[in-house]
Design a protein around this ligand. Sequence first.
Ligand code: SF4
Ligand SMILES: [Zn+2]
Ligand SMILES: [Zn+2]
Length: 327
Amino acid sequence: MKCKRCRRAEAAVDLPSHHSAFCPDCFFVFFRRQVQEGIRKFRLLSPSDRVLVCVSGGKDSLVLWDVLMDLGYETEGLYIDLGIEGYSERSKEKVLSYAAARGKDPIVVELAKEGVPIPEAARCARMEECSVCGTVKRYFFNRVAAEGKFTVVATGHNLDDEAARLFGNLLHWHRDHLSRQHPFLPDAGEGLVRKVKPLWRVSEVETASYGFLKGIDYVTDECPMSEDATSLVYKEALSLIEEKMPGTRIVFYQGFLDPGNPLRTPPEPAARDSAAATADGEEGEEPGGPRACASCGAPTYAGICSFCRLKERVRKRREERGGRVAG
Ligand code: SF4
Ligand SMILES: [Zn+2]
Ligand SMILES: [Zn+2]
């Protein structure tokens, strides 16, 4: 089959949802335009932004970094080493070798050195690994962004991720989650930086094709802590529908994002603080806007931020264990 854009080269990527098929060069043009359109539609980024791109070593985040650099944005990568044996080493290596090939030196945060490697922190706090991981990542997104004077944090969530999340939120009528689900999360002031998802218009297949054709080497195995089987079920269900009715996924998600959709009325400014607080995983929330954590100075809606509370629990458990061993 010939490329439907240039009509000369052989098509390498077939995209039924767009009634199209592209050769590699034309696909790159298509992909970048889709990302640009996603950015433009909700003003996710401006040319003056300093963008902190969160890279995990997986395809989506590396593709995001690649395309933002190609679009001319000022970017730096942030890699958070979760301290997961084997997996973290492999993913870090992919990030570092990709960055080196593009002349970049990513910011690396090692959770083992910070006292909260995910598997141990989850055991000590008696929490799900992914929940601990979310708290810790949000903390470092904000902290690194503030320290490096970044104006925005970008993550690699794609259309499949967002549509599956929407599907799950609708199935369970999580109204509060629905009102907050958006590719643009405004900054809440006091160092709670703006967060954006520039890949929201491109599917997982498109992102994987872009990564493959660009020769981006990424980690292919899933995080071993991932037990979120439900989101995979939602993805599978949507893939089945997409296969029978190409284009349904983008219609579903884009329709949800329509400003006129009452399901996702943005929170009022007064309510936004508390929505952002919940999004930032705060417990023991106190009224008013964010203030400085009494322990680390990071913005928080409680007296001590959730990261410091977590760190303290890990430290105590270590002490208890040490005491038991010594005794
Ligand atoms: S699967 Fe869970 S622990 Fe692993 S990276 Fe994702 S959120 Fe973190
Ligand atoms: Zn072409
Ligand atoms: Zn703190």
